[in-house]
Design a protein around this ligand. Structure first.
Ligand code: SF4
Ligand code: FES
Length: 239
């Protein structure tokens, strides 16, 4: 089956401005779009640049836009496209393009680290591990599926708008939720304080794009709402 990929190209070392290049790929219907990109790189143009590692929706490294929507090409099956259809492949929005489909993820990870993405403990360590019941674990189970692909943050209209670009973004908020609702974490109030500002959890305007594009089906918008409620409950208690 022949696919026609229209790919964003830009090498700041030699191109004055970005352009699009079309490639035809003869693909098996059960191939993934990522296989097509690899075929282009191996058989047509070795300079085509994109990130990938696992090829199976686990590492989160191949986030890009497919027909305008943030996605992982390793999860897009060729048979779901029409023969001869032109498929638009572009880098994730929001981030600076380093080369072709590779974007600078530094600002994404800076925000991720700002929420303290690890268990905060204050009590002395127990003799063995810190135990947790199945029910306690289930409270944040969905959030543990996050692979930090940045598809949500890149799709968020708030992150995309210049005036609100400092918004911490849905991926950092999902990771924060993962620890906030972990029964072993003892940094609840200080975590919430980190998020209680206009570029933190209140920056979200509930547009749901994050939830729509998340390749791990995490209920991102609902988790952001639960974090807001925690802040609201604390504020009510202290009044
Ligand atoms: Fe990717 Fe979903 Fe995690 Fe966002 S929440 S970084 S879309 S896996
Ligand atoms: Fe690892 Fe797609 S290549 S998630």
């Amino acid at each position: 089956m022949i696919l026609n990929l229209k790919i964003f190209r830009y090498d700041p070392g030699k191109d004055e401005k970005p352009y699009y290049q079309n490639f035809e790929v003869d693909a098996d219907p059960m191939d993934r779009l990522l296989d097509c990109l690899n075929k282009i790189r191996w058989e047509q143009d070795p300079s085509l640049s994109f990130r990938m590692s696992c090829g199976h929706g686990i590492c989160g490294s191949d986030g890009m836009r497919v027909n305008g929507i943030s996605a992982l090409p390793c999860q897009k099956v060729v048979k779901d496209f029409k023969e001869g259809e032109e498929i638009l492949i572009e880098p994730l929005a929001v981030f600076r393009v380093v080369k072709d489909l590779i974007v600078d993820m530094e600002p994404f990870f800076e925000r991720y680290y700002s929420i303290r993405p690890y268990l905060i403990t204050k009590s002395p360590p127990p003799e063995k591990e810190r135990l947790q019941s199945v029910e306690e674990r289930q409270k944040f189970e969905d959030a543990t599926r996050c692979i930090l692909c940045a598809c949500c943050t890149a799709s968020c209209p708030i992150n995309q708008a210049k005036e609100t670009a400092n918004y911490i973004g849905p991926a950092a908020l999902v990771r924060s939720y993962r620890y906030l609702f972990d029964s072993r974490d003892e940094g609840h109030d200080e975590r919430l304080a980190l998020l209680d500002h206009k570029d933190g959890v209140w920056g979200c305007k509930t547009r749901w794009w994050c939830t729509k594009v998340c390749p791990k089906q995490i209920p991102v918008t609902i988790e952001i709402a639960a974090t807001r409620k925690s802040i609201y409950d604390i504020t009510k208690k202290t009044k």
